[in-house]
Design a protein around this ligand. Structure first.
Ligand SMILES: Nc1ncnc2c1ncn2[C@@H]1O[C@H](COP(=O)(O)OP(=O)(O)OP(=O)(O)O)[C@@H](O)[C@H]1O
Ligand SMILES: [Mg+2]
Length: 257
């Protein structure tokens, strides 16, 4: 296990020796991670280890106390654990909201929102509904459509499916895998679920329990979307289960499903 993984060719996201503290308490120390164009990296680690903090620093929402986060992608989208939709706007207007902020005209907004909604497998009927009228899975589809509506080349996912049941989670994982492949975006995908990481990502990065940053990385065999259930079972039940890198996840994390 190495705290200094091999450098990635031409990263679109380069996080270098990032450290952060809240109210004087260190929550991240010397975290480094590179992600290449079109590469999906799963970031796993127990609750409170600093995953969201690292993602916020990477996305430029939070300024780190130490280290740097260089963003070389063109534009990013974000999906959070809760959908964070505007309650007074329809699904369609929620999806189009980033386009409105970008000053894009009404007709183009409508066209692009319809495209993103279709990508997220939302039906036209759903688009006139308000968030309260949608199921949890539908809301998260709206959040995904909103994240991709400006055709980002990088997307941050912060435990987007943790609140959903297993079958729904699988369908939305497939949706992410498909849209990532089609549009070629790279992603930082935070999850508690190693099985989810094994399905979605090209590579898994593991965070240490006590804010000491990324303790190691493992490449995943094959391509997301092409791994058989047997292979996924062998990864999560076999190689990951016996790999000391993942041991603290099994020990510490009671929320892991
Ligand atoms: N704004 C804040 N002010 C003070 N402390 C914070 C703040 N945000 C996060 N923390 C603390 O920093 C640590 C890391 O938090 P962070 O949200 O990054 O963890 P996480 O790995 O994303 O956890 P989870 O898996 O539960 O989402 C935690 O101990 C948390 O309580
Ligand atoms: Mg978090």
């Amino acid at each position: 296990m190495s705290a200094h993984p091999a450098p990635v060719d031409e990263p679109v996201l380069a996080i270098k020796a990032v450290g952060h503290a809240y109210l004087g308490r260190t929550v991240l120390d010397a975290a480094s991670l590179d992600i290449a164009a079109g590469e999906v990296v799963a970031l796993v680690g127990p609750s409170g280890c600093g995953k969201s903090t690292l993602a916020h620093i990477a996305a430029g929402i939070l300024t780190p106390l130490r280290g740097t986060a260089r963003r070389l992608y063109r534009r990013h989208g974000m999906v959070f654990q809760e959908p964070r939709l505007l309650p007074w706007a329809t699904a369609r207007d929620n999806i189009a909201y980033p386009l409105r902020l970008a000053g894009i005209g009404r007709r183009e907004r409508a066209e692009r929102a319809a495209w993103a909604a279709a990508e997220a497998a939302l039906l036209p009927d759903d688009l006139d509904k308000y968030p309260v009228e949608l199921s949890g899975g539908m809301r998260q589809r709206v959040a995904i459509a909103r994240a991709i509506v400006r055709e980002p080349d990088f997307v941050y996912f912060d435990e987007p499916f943790t609140a959903l049941d297993v079958a729904l989670r699988r369908r939305l994982q497939d949706l992410v895998i498909r849209t990532a492949r089609q549009s070629g975006f790279g992603a930082l995908f935070i999850t508690h679920d190693l099985a989810e990481a094994a399905r979605i990502a090209h590579r898994v990065a593991v965070m240490e329990s006590h804010g000491r940053g990324i303790v190691g990385e493992r490449p995943l065999p094959g391509q997301p979307g092409e791994r058989s259930d047997a292979l996924l079972f062998e990864i999560t039940g076999g190689s990951f289960a016996t790999d000391p890198l993942f041991r603290h996840l099994y020990d510490v994390d009671e929320r892991r499903s």
